[in-house]
Write a protein that binds this ligand. Structure first.
Ligand SMILES: NC(=O)c1ccc[n+]([C@@H]2O[C@H](COP(=O)([O-])OP(=O)(O)OC[C@H]3O[C@@H](n4cnc5c(N)ncnc54)[C@H](O)[C@@H]3O)[C@@H](O)[C@H]2O)c1
Length: 349
């Protein structure tokens, strides 16, 4: 299939694109380019791509691309970035997302894979794992933007247009566009570089965790699965056995990497607290075979950090922290307050 991947220059996109190419799909990327040059290690394969803000996309743009499927990853991703300006989060993650889905449908796209998030379960958890029918209890504009998008895209579903909602758990693992703002990536980096496994909260919240390459495998499986199994359906992406208390993740990091577990000053409780059940994808999409556990991912990260000479400045600076990167671009006058480039960036080859 010829597949449009939006947000192909992000943390997930940089791993999803090679997966799709290896499986024989032809990929076209679309990204505004906030993190284009924030690379570590060998870069992902170059693909034909469009440098564009999703908010400016029109129906004709999508028709011109001639794609049969869309993998929609582009977003102002994660809760802290979403809190920077809630309206911008809704503009990109919700309104531009629905606009993209409409344009895709009008252009004859038959499958639309939307990168949603388990963040929509928000504060809904506790000890019982939540399946896809659980009520939504978002605690941030980011979580809410995913709910609004799922609901609006769902109204477009028909015989010719099949949206699918991938409610990804919190990701971890190495990507050529690394993120130090993800809990496992952060804990491993600090353990390796400072000897401290530094918790930023009290560690008592539950969180489902999934390796970035297992997310890529889920996109691939849901792209290829028969329509009747996926049409207009949500899937929690991860493994039911991979829900963790954050303090237990810290303990695992200590076991694998070494160091001392500490709590950052003022580390209070985290409102986001949920466990999820991932039995729907496990039983209904057998082509999806997750390969990673948090323990194996910690080892992989430590090895990659070492191999590519990651520094503390890399891990905690704008190169690999989303909020830090956006703030840097704002402070340097390269982005205006609406997160639009102040200089023309053009189309990539
Ligand atoms: N990383 C996670 O743990 C996780 C978990 C659940 C869901 N998700 C979802 O998966 C998707 C990808 O996440 P990620 O971790 O790769 O995020 P990311 O921030 O690393 O990448 C997002 C990409 O979208 C691009 N983008 C942002 N605004 C844009 C706009 N207006 N127009 C065009 N491109 C734009 C950015 O430049 C970036 O390359 C997001 O939708 C996110 O909400 C991620």
């Amino acid at each position: 299939m010829r597949v449009l991947v939006t947000g192909h220059e992000g943390y997930l996109g940089s791993v999803v694109v090679p997966h799709l190419i290896e499986a024989g799909h032809e990929v076209v990327g679309l990204d505004v380019g906030y993190y284009a040059d924030c690379l570590i290690g060998p870069p992902p394969p170059r693909v034909s791509s469009v440098r564009m803000d999703l908010r400016d996309l029109g129906c004709a743009d999508l028709r011109d691309l001639g794609v049969q499927a869309v993998v929609h990853l582009a977003a102002l991703c994660n809760d802290p970035l979403g809190n920077l300006d809630a309206d911008l989060t809704y503009a990109v993650n919700y309104r531009a997302t629905v606009n993209l889905a409409r344009a895709a449908k009008a252009a004859g796209v038959t499958r639309f894979l939307f990168s949603s998030s388990c963040s929509l379960y928000g504060s809904g958890g506790g000890d019982a794992p939540l399946d896809e029918t659980a009520p939504f209890e978002p605690v941030t504009p980011y979580g809410e933007s995913k709910i609004l998008s799922e609901q609006a895209i769902s109204s477009l579903a028909d015989d010719d247009f099949s949206p699918v909602y991938l409610r990804n758990a919190t990701a971890y693992g190495f990507s050529p566009r690394l993120r130090g703002d993800l809990v496992v990536n952060d804990l491993v980096g600090h353990a390796l570089l400072t000897g401290e496994v530094r918790l930023l909260s009290d560690g008592k919240a539950w969180r489902p965790l999934v390796h970035v390459r297992d997310i890529a495998a889920a996109f691939l499986a849901l792209l290829a699965a028969p329509r009747e199994r996926v049409h207009n359906r949500a899937f929690n992406i991860g493994q039911t056995a991979e829900n963790y208390l954050i303090r237990d993740v810290a303990e695992l990091v200590r076991e694998v990497v070494g160091g001392t577990v500490t709590c950052a000053d003022g580390g209070g409780s985290d409102l986001r607290n949920y466990r999820v059940r991932c039995d729907r994808i496990a039983t209904e999409i057998p082509e999806f075979r997750p390969e990673w556990t948090v323990r194996s991912g910690i080892g992989e990260l430590a090895e990659a950090y070492d191999r590519y000479g990651l520094t503390l400045e890399d891990l905690t600076g704008p190169r690999h922290l989303r909020l830090g990167r956006i703030r840097e671009l704002l402070a340097g006058g390269r982005l205006d307050a609406s997160l639009r480039w102040t200089t023309l960036t053009g189309t990539q080859g």
